[in-house]
Design a protein around this ligand. Sequence first.
Ligand code: HEC
Ligand code: HEC
Ligand code: HEC
Ligand code: HEC
Ligand code: HEC
Length: 158
Amino acid sequence: MQNRYFIISAVVALLFVGAVVGYAIPEEKQEVPARIILDNTGGRVVFSHRTHADDYGADCADCHHDGLEGREYLPCGACHPAEFDETFRREHPKAFPDKEACLRCHDEVPTGPLPEDERPDIESIPTRGEAFHSLCMGCHEENGGPYGEDACYQCHAR
Ligand code: HEC
Ligand code: HEC
Ligand code: HEC
Ligand code: HEC
Ligand code: HEC
């Protein structure tokens, strides 16, 4: 009898410790947002993020071509700014948790200002508006969903 109480107490204690540790260690995976609000000059877009992944059969990697498999899901705007201006040049290195991301655009990890001829070719990197329109509408044209000249307000709020 004694022995059984001991075992039960030990199990309860273990469960308690497990719960406390589980609570204290931050969740490793980023939370997958259900809905994302994208504010922009064309009018706010409410994007049904989880529905796209769960019900419309899109893979995470169809849209997140960067930051997969154990790495963070980087916000698209870190690499696709509204324009490649002075603000982008100054701020963008702070947007990445690891140096590996630099190599998406740079030949090697830059350590300071770059001469003109070592800067990445911005012609080959779509801006935020271009990246979103080609991603969203490219898939919609093939698989359903709003696209084309008349569809603006199916995505954008007036
Ligand atoms: C149809 C395209 C699409 C699919 C499919 C998709 N996502 Fe996303 N996801 C986005 C967009 C767009 C954003 C907003 C990024 C931004 O605000 O710059 C986003 C944001 C996120 C964020 C927040 C990142 C941040 O801080 O901005 C996480 C985490 C994420 N997605 C995870 C996932 C996972 C995991 C899957 C697969 C189960 C998935 N996504 C599928 C398009 C998609
Ligand atoms: C770490 C930087 C980085 C992040 C984060 C990133 N991109 Fe890109 N993206 C690029 C680069 C660089 C290109 C240019 C072509 C290439 O290298 O693949 C590109 C190209 C694209 C293209 C052109 C067609 C293609 O697929 O190659 C689209 C569309 C696109 N990105 C959408 C997105 C969206 C949407 C997100 C967020 C869910 C995102 N990108 C996040 C760097 C990034
Ligand atoms: C999405 C592509 C992209 C990624 C990812 C990226 N860069 Fe850049 N970077 C650029 C572009 C484009 C320029 C040049 C901008 C211009 O021509 O105005 C640049 C310029 C620079 C410069 C030169 C600024 C100047 O004033 O001469 C530095 C330094 C730099 N990047 C550091 C980094 C570091 C560090 C990382 C990773 C932590 C990184 N970049 C990731 C695209 C990127
Ligand atoms: C990989 C394919 C794919 C991509 C990428 C994609 N969509 Fe969709 N989307 C769909 C499909 C499939 C539907 C459903 C069509 C139907 O059933 O009528 C849809 C429907 C929609 C709808 C109408 C229904 C709803 O859920 O709100 C909106 C708005 C929408 N998408 C916005 C976006 C935006 C914004 C993006 C880019 C960030 C995007 N989609 C990227 C496949 C995609
Ligand atoms: C499938 C949904 C969808 C459709 C259809 C659509 N857009 Fe967009 N649009 C977006 C998304 C998503 C963004 C990027 C939001 C962000 O930057 O956060 C965007 C961005 C924009 C921007 C801002 C560009 C920038 O670089 O800041 C303008 C302007 C715009 N759209 C106009 C239009 C017009 C005009 C049409 C119709 C011809 C249209 N859009 C159709 C989803 C859509």
